[in-house]
Ligand binder design. Sequence first.
Ligand SMILES: [Zn+2]
Length: 391
Amino acid sequence: MSQLRVTYLLTSLAIVLMPQYAAAHDGFTARDPSQKIEKQVGSLREKMATAQAAGVPAEALQSARFVYLAGVAWRNLAITVCFWNGSKATQDLVMKLANEWTQYGAITFSAKTNGSYNVCQDASSANIRVSLDDGDTRDLYVNQEDNRKGNWSYLGNVDLSTYLVTLNLPDVVRLRTRDPGWTHHAIRHEFGHALGLEHEHQRAECAGWFNFDEIAKDTGWTVDYAKTQIGTFPDSDLAGLGTVGGYDKNSIMQYNFAKNWLLTKPGETNPCIRPDIEDLSDKDKAGIRALYPPVEAMPGPHAGLRSAKGKEGEPVQSRPTSPEDIAKEREKLNQIQATLQAKALQRSGDAEANAKAVHAAAALQDVITSLDQVESMMRPTTGSTPPAPNP
Ligand SMILES: [Zn+2]
């Protein structure tokens, strides 16, 4: 925790001492704390990449990807929001920007009751429970690391039933007039996480292009912690979890990095450098639409459609995500695993083929085990009607 205090002190000093702070992003405090789920998803990605290399059929990995995406996207398409604190003006700004996402995907944020913003009272007040004030003296971070400093959100439909705050935006109040662009980026970015999206800059394309020593120096983070926030996810064609489509350097889900955080190499162009942005990119819009396709595409009133786009340019594939459909994909996964297992047990004279079969069966079993672990962190799918907001 001490390094976090240092970060805060440095941030405060930067604000006080550096009028150019706003443009320079010295006081970068974004630190999405969803480490538990992201570590598990990272592990699942790694297992999927290994399985793909081991020759596990693509169909099995597609099923695993389907089960993950169906779990991380919200089932209820009206996602409820409440505020622990903050002025109406700040709440208005937050919801105005958050609602931009809802123009592109079949979801709505329900933040008001009878014309007034929902006030959070406990962990069942709403799906997304926002704090805008890191000076709030109540104990709002019970059962979780005290993350009152910095802007962050947990990821999508993760089970957060014991946490009071699920999305934190304290810097909005400090920076909304000083640096509107930074503020707009922060709000849109954190609500992207809340809808299930992960960091764009953690994709394979940016591997090797960050200066982690500089990042650690500027933030007060350790190099290892910086790597968890900015370093690259294990990746493969089929392990694209929490991201949709090809790498998009203009994504709102990428940080606006300070120049010294990105490496330059002679004769090469860093593929992840871009000017600071504050708007959703075209691919952000397409991505949220793919994760939450239009309601009219749904075949029945209770059968939600989810989809996931493959590599850039591939058609969007719609997939129904009723519990039965998820069970079907699970069954497919288990059957392929049983086939691989049977093959692994058959001994032929070809030692190399035997070893390969054993390796593939083990790799897919690892994917299934890892997927179970991720699934156990999601909000239960049964009885998934959203909790009613408080009046
Ligand atoms: Zn983030």
